[in-house]
Structures are given as structure tokens and as C-alpha cells.
Design a protein around this ligand. Structure first.
Ligand SMILES: Cc1cc2nc3c(=O)[nH]c(=O)nc-3n(C[C@H](O)[C@H](O)[C@H](O)COP(=O)(O)OP(=O)(O)OC[C@H]3O[C@@H](n4cnc5c(N)ncnc54)[C@H](O)[C@@H]3O)c2cc1C
Length: 555
């Protein structure tokens, strides 16, 4: 078989590269290891960090690429791969506009969504985009080919909601408008379930994947399913194709312009984790990546001499609590933004001591866990609050307003106790330490102060806090029953990956491009060198470098 471009991996990075390659006139073959498109992208929140994007500017948000450049300079603190960050800033908005004008992939501003660090050039709004919600009914039978979100992100066993839906759903009895919106969502979902195994109104990462897939189908780009690429063809010093396995068949695909590796990184490969994540606690942490992301792209590229770039801890992280799924299996709930910053919650280590500003970004929270764990066990860390807090704000996968917490206690995902001593005993945290921590925290919280960790001091803290409370992020934790929930580090993405140039061409150990070999998504090392600037840190670059790879191949 002969084509122009082979793309390995049908996540956001690979599908964007394949779609743009096809739009630029290339004959493209997309090979996907599993039976569905989407990878981790489908199960993600789907936010893209795109400084200076047109969509937010049109919606009235003020941002500039110059401000973002300043922010990145301060955040990354290294000149290494600066030219890639420049390429990202130059082409990320263009990639988004290109997709909007030539395909079904459309975006809306994520609205106010602050960057994750208070540094010069940080934005409070305008850099986050999300794919417009997508009506998957247009896919017909192909809907079954779209990987479903994690169970924890669906309501009623299969209904997706986006962040803008939450206020209406949570406050459904507070106003007729909220009730009407909630009822409309549920009725649509009920109608869907007569025909489909889950709701067809896709939001977040599922909307992005659904739109990319629909656009690929409309263009007739061939997609081989259950077809991992297993080898690269090298001819006259360049990568000239790939060997793909489909069932018992081995297909040799010659590619005139080359191969794009977008196999999602190595999150699910324990040996690569041990080799590439310097902290054993990180290497042994759980992964929320798609099960098929076993580092195939990295291994294939290294086999032809590719170099790697290290991204600090090797991963991008979230604290996650364990859930019990309907079928009895364990799941993970990422504590991104709904609970940690709210007033009346702290996180402690095994000594019952705080170690972090609980309202910081999920990535920073876990990096603080790793650091704290070197002195005193902080894996798991315990989120401590009261039952009243859980009812008001929710905790992990327990939604606000949940009437009975008994189910969660029974399944072991929550501990509730009538006194602090009992709580400490049951979670095996030092009781005297926890009592002293709460005494000090409560005294300060009552005055709206946190001299130890400054919870509530940043824009991000307050954004995720409760603006209607006396203090958006601080309240004493004093009225039993007390509640504790364990959180573990989990990667949502890897940051160590293949070295590339600004056109996503994979580089060898001497820094020279390996002709015909490209990488994007998590196969490409994070351009932010393991830091986490803001919402959409991996999907923004995945699309921008998928675009640059395809454009380069087409030139
Ligand atoms: C709960 C959660 C929420 C998240 N939210 C966000 C967010 O809002 N914003 C953000 O930027 N990031 C987010 N992330 C991270 C983001 O989802 C990933 O970094 C991103 O999806 C990676 O995209 P990708 O294209 O590299 O890989 P994937 O989307 O994982 O796709 C890789 C594909 O390659 C396939 N594959 C593997 N090996 C082979 C092979 N040998 N041949 C062919 N195919 C192969 C896999 O089956 C898979 O389908 C989140 C992650 C999680 C878990």
C-alpha cells in the first residue's frame, strides 16, 4: 500500500494531523491500535490553552501573544526549546482558525479560566477554548467508534454535561430557568437512550474527538482500526513508511511524505515510567491515560535514533480519589477544580500536617505531594472537611446535594467520624498532629487568613472557591461529623517525550531531523518542559503541532 502520510494514533494529536494533511491535499492513512478513536483525548475535559485566540477576542476577552510569551519565560525558566514555544505561540491560533474554517471542528471560549500561576503575563481569561458541543447522531453507526468518557464524567449512567451546564443542574430547584435547562438535558438524554448506549450530546474532550472524527469521515480519510503500527520503514536515510498489524495480517505501508507518531505517550508502560520518571513515587503512581498508551511511538522512534527531552517529573498530574464503578471495578476521579479550593477543606500528610495551598492547580498539588512525601508519607494525602462541606460543595465524585453518604462509606471511598480523634484513627493519620493542624487552621480561617499556605491568595484559588461565602476559600472545620477522603497522584499526561524541531520533526541525538518522521501529542516532549501553564496545557500544543507537522509534510 502507498500513501503520502501515515499517522499512528487517533487521539486529538493524530486526528488533527491526519485531517489537516488531508485538507492540504495529502493522501493520508490513519492507523489506530484500538477499535475506537479518541484515546485519552476522548476522556479528557477537552480544554485547549491557546493564547491570543480569535474566538476569545471576538467574545471580548483581552489577551495577547506577547503577554503569554512573558508568562512562559517566567514559568519555564529555561531557554531550552524556546523556539518551539515561539512556534506554538505563532501557530496555535492559526491552527484553530484553520480547523474552524475548513472542517466541522469548532470552538468556543472557555470564558473566565485563569492561568495556573501568578506570574507576569498570566491571564485570568481568554486563553482557554473548548470544542463546541457536538451532536453525535450525525455519526450514525460510527458513534460506537467514539471512545466514551470516564464513567465519573457522566450523569445517570451516560449523560455528558459541560462546565456551563453545572450551575443549572446543581441549582435546578433554584429558578425556573435552571429547571427548564436541566429538564431539557435529561429529556434529550432519555430520548437518546431509546436508541444509543449513551447520550449523544457530546461535550468536553468527547466533543473535540467527535468533531475531528466526523470531519475525517466527511473527507473520506481511511482509518484502520485495531491496527497498531509496529515498525518504521527506513529507506535511503529517511522514514518511508510503517508496518501495521491488523489481526493476523501485516500491512506494509509506504509513505511518500513520512510518518506522524501520535500514540499518546508512555503513561501505561511501567518499564518506561521507571526509566523516564526520576522520582520513584511518580513512576509508581497511577495513570489516567488510555490503556493503549504504552509508549509505542517513543520506542519506535528511539529504534531509529531519536532523542528524548525530559519534562521534569516526566508527567503532568492530578490528585485523584478512588471510585467504585457500577460494575464493581475501581475508577479514578480527578480533583481538578470543584472541591479543593472551597472554604472548609484542608489536605494533610500522615503526620496530620498540611503541606500545600490546597487551592493550587492539580499539577502543582501533586508536585507538592511528591516533595512532601520525601520527608513524611503524603501518598495518599487526605482531604479533610465536614459532612456539611460535602453536602454543599461535593467531594470528588460525590456531587453537591448528595443525600446519603453511606454508600461511599460502605464502598470505602470516604471516611466519616463523629470526632477528630476517631477520624485520625480510622485513616491512620497522627491524631495529635491533625488536632494541632486544625486548631491553628481554624483560628486563622475564622479571621479569613492562612499565613501558612496562603489559601485564597491567588486568582485561581478564588476562581475555584465560593464567591458567595464569607471568604471564598477559608472557613473553620469544626462541626462534626468530620470527613476524610484519600487522594493519590495520577498522571493525566506525560511530559517527557521525543525531541522535535518547531515543525514537529523528530530529532536524533545530534539534534538533526530524522527525515520523514514527525511526532505530536504526548509522543512529543511537552514544550513547557514539565511545567503546567494553564487549562489545556497538552491539547493546545497537540493541535498546534499536529497542524505544523501536517503543513510541513504537505510543503
Ligand atoms: C480526566 C482527564 C482530563 C484531561 N483534561 C485535559 C484538558 O482539559 N486539557 C488538556 O490539554 N489535557 C487534558 N488531559 C490530558 C489530555 O487528555 C492528553 O494529554 C491528550 O489527550 C493526549 O493526546 P494524544 O493525541 O497525544 O493521545 P491520545 O488521545 O491518548 O491518543 C493516542 C492514541 O494512540 C493510539 N495508539 C497507541 N499506540 C499505538 C500504535 N502503536 N499504533 C497506532 N495507534 C496507537 C491509542 O490507542 C490512542 O487512541 C486530560 C486527561 C485526563 C485523563
Amino acid at each position: 500500500m502507498q500513501v503520502d502520510l501515515v499517522v499512528a494514533g487517533a487521539g486529538a494529536g493524530g486526528m488533527a494531523a491526519a485531517l489537516i494533511g488531508s485538507l492540504e491535499g495529502l493522501e493520508v492513512l490513519l492507523c489506530e491500535k484500538s477499535g475506537q478513536v479518541g484515546g485519552t483525548s476522548a476522556t479528557s475535559a477537552g480544554t485547549l490553552w491557546i493564547p491570543g485566540n480569535t474566538q476569545s477576542r471576538r467574545a471580548g476577552f483581552d489577551d495577547s501573544v506577547d503577554k503569554a510569551r512573558l508568562y512562559l519565560e517566567r514559568l519555564v525558566e529555561s531557554a531550552e526549546r524556546r523556539e518551539l514555544r515561539e512556534a506554538f505561540l505563532a501557530s496555535a491560533p492559526a491552527a484553530i482558525d484553520y480547523l474552524e474554517s475548513k472542517s466541522e471542528v469548532e470552538f468556543v471560549p472557555a470564558g473566565r479560566h485563569p492561568d495556573y500561576r501568578e506570574l507576569p503575563g498570566a491571564a485570568e481569561a481568554g486563553r482557554g477554548l473548548v470544542a463546541k458541543e457536538f451532536d453525535a447522531r450525525v455519526l450514525g453507526g460510527d458513534f460506537a467508534r467514539v471512545r466514551a468518557p470516564i464513567e465519573e464524567f457522566m450523569l445517570l449512567g451516560g449523560m455528558m454535561v459541560g462546565k456551563p451546564d453545572l450551575p443549572a443542574l446543581l441549582g435546578r430547584y433554584r429558578s425556573p430557568a435552571n429547571f427548564a435547562r436541566s429538564a431539557k438535558l435529561v429529556l434529550r438524554y432519555a430520548a437518546d437512550r431509546l436508541k444509543y448506549p449513551r447520550g449523544t450530546r457530546l461535550t468536553m474532550g468527547n466533543a473535540l474527538v467527535g468533531r475531528l472524527f466526523y470531519s475525517l469521515r466527511r473527507r473520506g480519510v481511511p482509518i484502520l482500526f485495531d491496527a497498531p503500527i509496529e515498525a518504521l520503514l527506513r529507506e535511503e536515510g529517511r522514514i518511508a513508511g510503517a508496518v501495521v498489524r491488523q489481526g493476523t495480517e501485516t500491512i506494509t505501508v509506504h509513505a511518500r511524505k513520512g510518518v506522524v507518531l501520535a500514540t499518546g505517550g508512555y503513561g501505561q508502560n511501567p518499564a518506561l515510567r521507571a526509566a523516564l520518571m526520576p522520582d520513584p513515587a511518580a513512576a509508581q503512581a497511577r495513570s489516567m491515560a488510555h490503556a493503549g498508551n504504552t509508549g509505542d511511538g517513543l520506542s519506535l522512534a528511539r529504534g531509529v535514533g531519536a532523542a528524548l527531552v525530559s519534562g521534569r517529573s516526566g508527567g503532568l498530574w492530578t490528585p485523584a480519589s478512588i471510585t467504585r464503578r457500577a460494575d464493581g471495578s475501581q475508577g479514578l476521579y480527578p480533583h481538578f477544580l470543584l472541591d479543593r479550593a472551597k472554604p472548609g477543606l484542608i489536605a494533610v500528610n500522615a503526620a496530620g500536617r498540611r503541606f500545600v495551598n490546597e487551592g493550587c492547580s492539580y499539577h502543582d498539588f501533586v508536585e507538592a505531594m511528591f516533595e512532601a512525601h520525601k520527608q513524611v508519607p503524603a501518598i495518599p494525602a487526605w482531604l479533610i472537611c465536614t459532612e456539611a462541606f460535602v453536602r454543599a460543595y461535593g467531594l470528588g465524585a460525590i456531587y453537591p446535594g448528595t443525600r446519603s453518604l453511606e454508600r461511599f462509606e460502605r464502598e470505602g471511598t470516604l471516611v466519616r467520624a463523629g470526632s477528630l480523634e476517631e477520624l485520625a484513627r480510622r485513616i491512620e493519620v497522627d491524631g495529635a498532629g491533625l488536632a494541632a493542624t486544625l486548631k491553628r487552621y481554624n483560628q486563622h480561617a475564622a479571621r479569613g487568613e492562612d499565613p501558612d499556605f496562603h489559601k485564597g491568595a491567588t486568582v485561581l484559588n478564588r476562581f475555584n472557591g465560593d464567591p458567595s461565602a464569607p471568604h471564598p476559600c477559608l472557613a473553620p472545620i469544626e462541626r462534626p461529623p468530620f470527613v476524610a477522603q484519600a487522594v493519590w497522584p495520577a498522571d493525566i499526561s506525560v511530559s517527557t517525550g521525543l525531541a522535535t524541531d518547531a515543525d514537529a520533526r523528530v530529532l536524533d541525538g545530534a539534534g538533526a531531523p530524522i527525515a520523514g518522521l514527525y511526532a505530536c501529542g504526548n509522543d512529543m516532549a511537552s514544550i513547557f518542559m514539565g511545567t503546567y501553564p494553564g487549562p489545556g496545557t497538552t491539547l493546545g500544543p497537540a493541535l498546534a503541532f499536529g497542524y505544523r507537522a501536517a503543513m510541513h509534510a504537505a510543503r
